[in-house]
Design a binder for this molecule. Structure first.
Ligand code: PMP
Length: 341
């Protein structure tokens, strides 16, 4: 028999899994070989490929932990309905677990979010309630208000509530951060993550700092959102096209003081860099992944000491191109929106 050439084999551990829920996490960390060089970067840049989670995003991690803890606490009962307000990815992650475990699932999703996300939710058997785009979070029509109302109306329903649930950042503190420490063998100088609920940047930052308090933690926030500190960085509230990151309120799980540095990014740069990650690295990522590269470019300008060969910077690539086939992946959409291709 021919010996395997798969160098990952010794690390696979268990070869069989009981369900796709067991395949969440332990995502690859992959060197970016072309884009950083093309951008004049000397530091080593590694990408954590969260889109390779079974549901296609980083949010599988938090959905799994939040649901397991709620089950352990007896808060979620067999046959119950899981309701969640989401920009899509947490919804998909919860719907996937609901499909495996036999819960019903309702996701409130703003009209801003892509059709692809709704289609995946539907395929997983979840019910999608669209809410108007651009309404403030305390409006009765917001994703959160509608989810709360449904919870009051539907017996045996439960909201895991990613915005306030400590198991959201904990999934990253005990999961993502430990993986990164292991995968980099402790050689990691900076960590860049875009923020939606802020669970990823808060939890991973916390976990990495337990190992080495000098690792630079960078939060990324789109222009028009208000999550960055100092507040002057944010400028006026405005709408932005990028999905899954940025809000008009500060979620409870986000520790705004967690990152050493916040960087603001534009839609145009984010989409452009996401497209380049696809084209130049073969990495089929979503728009917020491009935002981490836009932030990386700004970071090395302001901190040239990081832009040397022995520095290692990790970016989180949160979701997949699959979610945006009719949006930034599409040349016509880009041109219609006024972006160059
Ligand atoms: N990118 C995308 C595409 C997302 O959907 C999310 C989660 N909403 C994030 C980044 C940010 O993750 P977090 O909620 O942990 O800040």
């Amino acid at each position: 028999m021919e010996a395997t050439t798969d160098k990952r084999l010794p690390f696979l551990g268990r070869l069989k899994h009981d369900s796709v829920a067991d395949c969440i996490g332990a995502t690859p960390l992959v060197r970016l070989n072309h884009l950083p060089t093309a951008l004049g970067l000397k530091a080593q840049v590694f990408a954590k490929l969260e889109y390779l989670n079974p549901g296609g995003s980083v949010k599988d991690r938090i959905a799994k932990r939040m649901l397991e803890k709620a089950e352990e606490g007896g808060k979620v009962k067999p046959g119950g309905t899981l309701i969640e307000a989401s920009s899509g990815n947490t919804g998909i992650a919860i719907a996937l677990l609901a499909a495996i475990k036999g819960y019903k699932c309702i996701i409130t999703l703003s009209e801003k979010m892509s059709l692809e996300k709704e289609q995946i939710l539907n395929a997983l058997g979840a019910k999608v309630i669209r809410t108007p785009a651009g309404v403030s979070i305390d409006s009765p029509d917001s994703i959160i208000s509608v989810a709360k109302r449904l919870h009051e109306e539907i017996p045996n329903s439960f909201i895991l509530n990613q915005y306030a649930n400590p198991d959201n950042p904990a999934a990253h503190e005990y999961g993502t951060a430990e993986e990164l420490w292991y995968q980099t063998e402790g050689h990691i100088d900076a960590f860049i993550s875009a923020a939606g609920t802020g669970g990823t940047v808060t939890g991973t930052g916390r976990g990495l700092r337990k190992h080495n308090k000098d690792i630079l933690i960078i939060g990324v926030d789109p222009l028009g959102s208000i999550l960055a500190l100092p507040d002057e960085l944010n400028g006026p509230k405005a709408e932005f096209k990028i999905e899954g990151i940025g809000y008009d309120f500060v979620p409870e799980v986000l520790d705004q003081h967690g990152p050493d540095l916040w960087i603001k990014t534009s839609d145009a740069d984010s989409f452009n860099y996401a497209r380049r990650l696809v084209r130049e690295e073969g990495i089929l990522c979503g728009g917020s992944s491009g935002a981490t590269i836009a932030a990386l470019v700004q970071l090395v300008k302001s901190r040239p000491e990081l832009n040397v060969e022995d520095k290692l910077i990790v970016v989180i690539l949160a979701d997949s191109l699959r979610n945006y086939l009719t949006k930034f992946a599409n040349d016509e959409w880009m041109v219609e929106q006024g972006y160059s291709v």
